[in-house]
Design a protein around this ligand. Structure first.
Ligand code: PMP
Length: 349
């Protein structure tokens, strides 16, 4: 059948059942805010019987308050995957190719293929950093993840601003999925640059990957255009429990800061432990490390860890096929990881 759309889909990390140490999909090891847990235990039947607010009003309002923005500057969707997908469809509708790094979130080329957007992958430098000079020229759009994934490296905010400033011809999307773990957000720049769109998620720093909440911040005209595309496809994107839980999550900033601080502290300790085990990695500003071992191949380590019920992420892809992306877990989970790694590495000596 010729009239079938055939695409090569994005492959998410494994979600194994049962009790395992899961360091493969960058989830937060701590529970969501207590207020979220209370709301999800509700017996309010209305929460499920009625359609949700198509404008996701309460959550948009709460985000505006939290980030000192106007509601018209915010778009909310079903995880940042939905938000970025809708943004591709809306903002990258021209004929010229869009640009993004060759090593980055591997959904970008999948969306470009799905929506038939021409694209060019710009190679990262050998040390996996982004050089914005490599983006000089005229594009149909640009997207970077900052900090980048799976590299974990942050591009300095001055470089981000320069990139946005150099490309008034197109929308520049900055995917800040991991920014809450010590990165600097470009959000203060949205008032200055109408071509800047920032996306963030509740999946990592707010421990709500299971609810699927993401949002974009940008100029009101851009946000309206994305909303119009959304309303042309599916009006009721975010479900009612997710809307109220999202609002509840935003109501407890001290808890948010506490768990981000815990992940950051464990990450900094992990840098020392992993270096002592013979691993090297870029300086992470995220909730994961992107490691390579001086002697033992990454794919072997991943398989050996899996035998011990410890899941980490490996890609058999050019330039990163001797690397593992390891999510920061609790201190106990990390201790079990170090013990397993010690055993695996000693077998190879
Ligand atoms: N951007 C990046 C860089 C990511 O790693 C992820 C997580 N897979 C996402 C966006 C999407 O996250 P979510 O849809 O859970 O918000």
């Amino acid at each position: 059948m010729d009239n079938i759309r055939r695409v090569v889909p994005y492959v998410p990390g494994e979600q194994p059942a049962g009790k395992v140490i899961k360091l493969n999909t960058n989830e937060n090891p701590y529970p969501p805010a207590p207020a979220v847990q209370e709301i999800l235990n509700t017996d309010d039947a209305e929460l499920l019987r009625k359609y949700p607010d198509p404008s996701i009003g309460p959550l948009v309002k709460a985000l505006a308050k939290e980030y000192d923005l106007k509601p018209e500057q915010i778009f909310v969707g079903v995880g940042s995957d939905d938000v970025i997908g809708m943004s591709f469809l809306t903002c990258f509708a021209g004929e010229k190719p869009i640009a993004f790094p060759d090593i980055t979130y591997s959904f970008y080329d999948v969306w470009a293929e799905l929506f038939r957007i021409p694209y060019k992958m710009i190679p990262l430098k050998d040390d996996y950093t982004i050089d914005i000079d490599d983006y000089d020229g005229q594009w149909g759009g640009i997207i970077i993840a900052n900090p980048n994934a799976p590299t974990s490296i942050e591009l300095g905010i001055d470089r981000v601003e320069e990139l946005v400033k150099r490309h008034p011809e197109c929308v520049v999307i900055v995917d800040e999925a991991y920014v809450d773990f010590g990165g600097t957000s470009a959000m203060p720049l949205v008032a200055k640059y109408p071509n800047l769109l920032i996306t963030q998620t509740f999946s990592k720093s707010r421990s709500l990957a299971g609810l699927r909440i993401g949002f974009a911040v940008g100029n009101p005209e851009l946000i309206k255009a994305i909303n119009d595309v959304k309303y042309s496809y599916n009006s009721y994107t975010l479900n009612r429990p997710s809307i109220v839980a999202g609002v509840a999550s935003l109501s407890d900033r001290p808890y948010f800061e506490k768990i981000c601080g815990k992940v950051i502290a464990t990450r900094e300790a992990a840098k020392k432990e992993m270096a002592a085990l013979g691993f090297s990695f870029p300086d992470s500003k995220t909730n994961f490390l992107f490691v390579t071992h001086e002697k033992v191949p990454a794919e072997f380590i991943q398989k050996e860890l899996k035998k011990r019920n410890i899941y980490v992420r490996y890609w058999k892809k050019p330039r990163i096929d001797n690397r593992l992306r390891i999510t920061i877990g609790t201190d106990e989970e990390m201790a079990a990881l170090y013990a397993a790694l010690k055993e695996i590495i000693s077998q190879c000596k």
